[in-house]
Design a protein around this ligand. Structure first.
Ligand SMILES: O=P(O)(O)OC[C@H]1O[C@H](O[C@H]2O[C@H](CO)[C@@H](O)[C@H](O)[C@H]2O)[C@H](O)[C@@H](O)[C@@H]1O
Length: 261
């Protein structure tokens, strides 16, 4: 358990799909991608986006008047999955923000990220199945196919950011070690959205699965909103839980059913 997890309040899980949400302009929906909207796949490019999911998200965005993807993926990756420019996005764990079609914030130097990716490659190449994912404003080292490599890759990531002062931080996700700008998190991304006229005075809703989503759960709770953990039980600042991305997609579908007319 990390130091930040020990400070979390006791979790209150509701392990069914009885979430107290009826979409309306009162709400600002914020949605994580991998492990939340989409099932985890062997590699980042292997994920599947059901057409129906895009239709459902579009219906929710139309009903609420806003909707943002809040993801560790890059902006081009999010657009490739969900349609170019279709949704607002906080990409690279909050480092890159696009609201209303305008990229309004970009934290972290892509040149420095590229240099760190290059510095990581020799260590990564020593482990079959591990690979680097370059995302412009952040870098990910994946080891789903090489789990034994985690401690070595973590050490390499710490070495890669050494000397950067406080500019970069390391996040541990699902079989992935990420290097992202220190100044941005999914929590700062939610706060940034809520300060924008398109999201202001709305009640934030955030669904996420990973420990890297806890900043967002905390931000949403602080703003009087509602957090939903997707996946198995664990300590979390989310108030509700659904067991899987499939269960969450079913709930999303049901939440818009019959509201199109
Ligand atoms: O914040 P998210 O939208 O949840 O993105 C987090 C990272 O997701 C991706 O990696 C994860 O999903 C892959 C596909 O299922 C899986 O192969 C990998 O093991 C997971 O770590 C993505 O590749 C990263 O860039 C995101 O930061």
């Amino acid at each position: 358990m990390t130091a930040s997890e020990t400070r979390l309040p006791p979790p209150l899980f509701v392990p069914d799909d009885d979430l107290p949400v009826i979409w309306s302009p009162e709400w600002a929906p914020f949605l994580d991608i991998d492990g939340t909207l989409l099932d985890i796949a062997a590699r980042p490019d292997d994920v599947f986006v059901p057409d129906r999911l895009i239709e459902t998200l579009t219906a929710i965005a139309d009903t609420c008047g806003c909707l943002a993807l809040v993801t560790g993926r890059s902006l081009p990756q999010a657009d490739a999955l969900f349609g170019a420019g279709r949704f607002d996005v906080a990409a690279n764990h909050g480092a890159v923000m696009r609201i209303g079609g305008v990229v309004c914030d970009q934290a972290g130097d892509p040149g420095a990220a590229e240099a760190m990716a290059a510095a990581l490659r020799p260590a990564v190449d020593r482990h079959d199945g591990a690979f680097v994912e370059e995302k412009g404003h952040s870098v990910a080292v994946h080891y789903r196919a090489a789990p034994e490599a985690e401690p070595f890759l973590l050490q390499a990531a710490h070495e890669a950011i050494r000397g950067s002062g406080d500019a970069w931080r390391i996040l541990i996700g699902k079989a992935v070690i990420e290097i992202a700008p220190q100044s941005a998190t999914k929590g700062t991304a939610i706060a940034r959205f809520l300060a924008d006229p398109a999201y202001r005075r709305r009640r934030p809703f955030f669904a996420g699965d990973d420990t890297t989503d806890e900043d967002a759960f905390v931000a949403v709770a602080a703003a009087g909103g509602l957090g939903v953990l997707i996946g198995p039980e664990r300590k979390t600042a989310a108030r509700y839980r659904l067991p899987s991305p499939g269960a969450f997609r079913s709930w999303l579908d049901g939440s818009v059913a019959g509201r199109s007319g």
